[in-house]
Design a protein around this ligand. Structure first.
Ligand code: FE2
Length: 127
């Protein structure tokens, strides 16, 4: 269950397409960490890297669609995603949860769907 990049994910803005590929990479790092049963400290570092990268990427993306009439809906979806991962990270650090297939499927499915649907709708129209 890795996120595999393909041209169908492209929105046509080079900066954003590159960032999406990096987001795929950061997510794949977590999938790999679980597969290799890496220690909790490493997983924790990867989870923090995911939040950091997602926040950085969403901020860039939001600049592109800031004048879109439905910008708020898109921004809210980004915020909900970040919130969900931060909540997970807290529980992970407190050893209440493990990096299981539930959270990984959530990440993979959310990213795929978001990039294919919402990002396409908001960003490809800008080009
Ligand atoms: Fe987005």
């Amino acid at each position: 269950m890795y996120l595999k990049w393909s041209d169908k994910y492209k929105v046509g803005i080079e900066e954003i397409d590159k960032q999406h590929q990096s987001l795929f990479d950061v997510t794949n790092q977590l999938i790999e960490a679980r597969k290799k049963k890496l220690d909790r400290n490493t997983v924790e570092r990867f989870l923090i890297a995911l939040v950091d990268y997602a926040e950085y990427h969403f901020a860039s993306e939001e600049q592109y669609f800031k004048n879109h009439p439905n910008a708020d809906i898109h921004r809210r979806e980004h915020a909900n995603f970040v919130h969900r991962i931060i909540e997970f990270n807290k529980k992970f650090i407190d050893k209440e949860v493990n990096l299981d297939s539930v959270i990984l499927s959530f990440l993979v499915n959310w990213i795929k769907k978001h990039v294919l649907e919402m990002d396409q709708r908001f960003l490809s129209s800008l080009m």
